[in-house]
Design a protein around this ligand. Structure first.
Ligand SMILES: [Zn+2]
Length: 343
């Protein structure tokens, strides 16, 4: 028996850590060239299309990326590549973030299904999603895939791929479950990215999204976001290493002014203090606050959303809102309609 047929048509070099070669075989039929959309074929050590575009597996991930040409995408990928390759460690408390993000998300009947984490970064949340699905593609356009590969490849059901979610190496309707947490709002045109994800979703598939929310009314959060917006005019131009160092004292100030008073408010039941923002960080390490301070001040593009705008996105895409939650950001689970002729 040849190596190819033994592995259901998938050569062993592709995702060597993945044990379910049958699901990988299913996925492999959906590989498409991100340059010309033709089907990708396996060869001895790479994937290629009839137009000779070639994509190689190395350092634990499949590189299906096409070098971006617009300056803002280049900067965005550089920013997140730097972020996730310096804050690259997996931390215990990530599970607490995950649990709070996924309250009410139905991860049922996905054990034999294929999922996508679109914008996986270092794989912080991919590892939790991977336990709910049969096979997970962890995708990112930045060099963070180096950290993701290191963090995820031992899990046995994750394929790490470098590629832009607007230009993925897959056919439409490939995935049963797509997660994209804190990603689309960093694109120049988030709606374009959103529609690409919807196209990748199978009918009846589920999309789990987190997007920044626009501040309503007036309060400390609004003042803080306005201040951050002003700071970003400068900070998005600073060298990453310098900004990372600068965010250390900034995070310390946030901790002293907001997080610690909030903790005291919670303990002594003082409503005024309890209602301070950054509640999440009261139970998290200082490092998480430092990381998120960098995250908010480094990425060149940031969009924020109100409900009516998102509602029109979902209506136009034929998505049914199964759950929505606003907690310093929007959390949605969305179900894709089954076309009438398929139901
Ligand atoms: Zn091609």
């Amino acid at each position: 028996m040849s190596e190819q047929s033994k592995w259901n048509g998938v050569p062993d070099w592709l995702a060597p850590g993945v044990s379910n070669r049958s699901l990988l075989g299913d996925l492999s039929k959906s590989f498409r060239c991100p340059s010309c959309q033709l089907q990708l074929e396996f060869s001895s050590s790479y994937l290629s299309c009839p137009n000779s575009h070639r994509f190689e597996y190395r350092d634990g991930y499949l590189d299906a990326s096409i070098a971006p040409t617009d300056a803002r995408t280049v900067k965005t990928f550089e920013s997140f590549g730097y972020e996730w390759n310096t804050f690259d460690d997996m931390r215990e408390e990530d599970k607490e973030f995950w649990n709070s993000y996924t309250t009410g998300v139905p991860f049922t009947n996905l054990q034999s299904k294929i999922g996508l984490d679109a914008g996986c970064g270092k794989g912080r949340y991919s590892r939790f999603l991977s336990s709910h699905v049969g096979l997970l593609v962890a995708l990112d356009g930045s060099s963070s895939v180096v950290s993701a590969a290191r963090n995820l490849n031992s899990l046995g059901n994750v394929v790490v791929i470098k590629g832009d979610l607007r230009n993925v190496p897959f056919a439409d309707e490939t995935f049963n479950f797509i997660m994209s947490l804190g990603v689309l709002h960093h694109l120049d045109n988030p709606y374009e990215g959103f529609t690409k994800l919807v196209n990748l979703l199978r009918p009846d598939g589920m999309l789990f999204l987190y997007l920044y929310s626009a501040p309503e009314g007036r309060g400390i959060r609004q003042v803080g976001l306005a201040a951050a917006r002003e700071m970003r005019r400068v900070t998005t131009r600073l060298p990453f290493k310098f900004l990372r160092a600068l965010c250390l004292p900034l995070a310390a100030i946030l901790r002293v002014l907001l997080v610690i008073p909030g903790e005291i408010g919670d303990r002594r039941k003082i409503a005024k203090l309890s209602s301070l923002p950054l509640t999440t960080y009261r139970t998290k390490s200082f490092r998480s606050l430092w990381l998120d301070t960098f995250d908010r001040l480094s990425a060149p593009i940031e969009h924020r959303y109100r409900w009516p705008e998102l509602q029109s996105w979902f209506d136009q895409a034929g998505l049914n809102v199964e759950s929505v939650r606003e907690d310093a950001g929007w959390y949605f689970t969305l179900r894709k309609d089954v076309p009438l002729d398929k139901s």
